[in-house]
Design a protein around this ligand. Structure first.
Ligand code: PLP
Length: 396
């Protein structure tokens, strides 16, 4: 039996290890100078003014929603084709959550659907306070159109860019926040760069930045100018609102800064592997990922959609055959509205037909920096064997 090929994995080199070890030998272990350096590195890379490192992207989404003053009676809208965290951040704040069905080509939230839903919500008085576009698989949403709608309908744009550090939109790095108020990255090991666990919020808005740094540390400030009344002395701090301990450690941040040195290399290798998949999968009964002209994906995921009418197996049989052959395929994502937590809130299967149809056909193939061409060839060959080579009528 040959080795199992995972769908994603981190790449750690000696420079990463040395960076972590040097923090371990220093005076600071938790949030300190290495965290500041990591924040600066990411902010500069993205062309954003401010960056706030936190424990993970879920925490980043949570404090972003709190900074936006999302609360009970408010609405947060996002895509159903995402990890649950993109929606849960709304529930954490006591807000109500709704979804916008996906575009059948990009698998990102459909901006046409968003616009229709906004028109209806305006009539009903249920406009969202926060919209969370998710840059699915590393491909940016159509941010110019979303920004226009944000202006018109007065919502805040929080990009869930967990998949998309190193990606570009209209030539600008994702995270520039040119078309949004806030953007969030994840540094989980399967994402583009890693800190073990970790996340970050980037923004150009000083008001949001001030709130984010407080919310990351219990809502506490040491700045006398922000306090009620006078400071009691050098030891004094005040808690201005209810915050959390979402601090990143310097151990993690040092790893993050070191990983940032290879970000462009990571992304270009992923892109190269994606192009190789595109080329070798052409003749099979499946749809390869569509790329919008305005975007350069970071290629977090490479997703195929089975053309099931051309295949004698079911989606599940294809998935299981690949797993049995040691190919670590995965499925991103189970539509969030179909999760029991969301069903309890009144959602049901049938509510977002494009995301559901996608779910019946999608498979994520292995894609990561260290994937060798030999392993990729094995993935392709196994997929060919499982599906059978399909030649379209027009090509015969
Ligand atoms: C991974 C991921 C998250 C959560 O990231 P963590 O760092 O694990 O909290 C949120 N949204 C999306 C789209 C993700 O893929």
């Amino acid at each position: 039996m040959s080795d199992f090929i995972p769908y994603g994995r981190q790449n750690i080199n000696q420079q990463d290890i040395d960076a972590v070890v040097s923090v371990l030998k220093s005076n600071w272990l938790t949030q300190g100078p290495a965290t500041e350096r990591f924040e600066q590195t990411v902010a500069e890379y993205c062309g954003a003014k401010y960056a706030v490192a936190v424990t993970n992207a879920t925490a980043a989404l949570h404090i972003s929603c709190l900074a936006a003053e999302l609360g009970s009676g408010d609405w947060l809208w996002t895509s159903p084709n995402t990890f649950v965290a993109s929606a849960n951040c709304g529930l954490y704040c006591g807000a109500r959550v709704d979804f916008i069905d996906i575009d059948p080509q990009t698998y990102n939230l459909s901006v046409d659907q968003l616009e229709q839903k906004l028109i209806a919500a305006e009539r009903l008085g249920t406009l969202p306070k926060v919209v969370v576009p998710v840059h699915f698989a590393g491909q940016s949403c159509e941010m110019d159109r979303i920004a226009e709608l944000a202006q018109k309908y007065g919502f805040l744009v929080l990009e869930d860019a967990s998949h998309a550090i190193g990606a570009r939109y209209k030539g600008q790095p994702v995270g520039s926040c040119q078309y949004s108020d806030l953007a969030v990255f994840s540094f989980h090991p399967v994402k583009i760069i890693t800190t073990g666990e970790g996340g970050m919020v980037v923004t150009n808005r000083a008001d949001l930045y001030e709130k984010l740094i407080r919310l990351r540390t219990h809502g506490i400030t040491r700045k006398p100018e922000l306090m009620q009344g006078k400071s009691h002395g050098l030891w004094y701090y005040q808690q201005l609102e209810l915050g959390f301990n979402y601090r990143m450690t310097d151990i993690q941040a040092a790893l993050g800064t070191s990983q940032m040195q290879r970000l462009d290399k990571f992304v270009s290798r992923r892109q190269q592997l994606a192009q190789r998949y595109d080329q070798y999968l052409q003749v099979l009964a499946l749809t390869t990922p569509y790329q919008h002209l305005d975007t350069n994906s970071s290629w977090h995921l490479y997703i195929i959609r089975l053309q099931l009418e051309q295949v004698t197996k079911t989606h599940r049989q294809v998935f299981e055959s690949l797993r049995n052959a040691g190919i670590g395929v995965n499925l991103h994502y189970i539509p969030v509205h179909s999760q029991p937590t969301y069903k309890q809130l009144g959602f049901q299967w049938g509510d977002f037909p494009q995301a559901e149809q996608y779910y019946r056909e999608a498979i994520s193939l292995p894609l990561y920096f260290g994937l060798t061409e030999e392993d990729q060839d094995r993935v392709v060959k196994t997929l060919r064997d499982v599906l059978g080579v399909f030649v379209a009528q027009s090509q015969i």
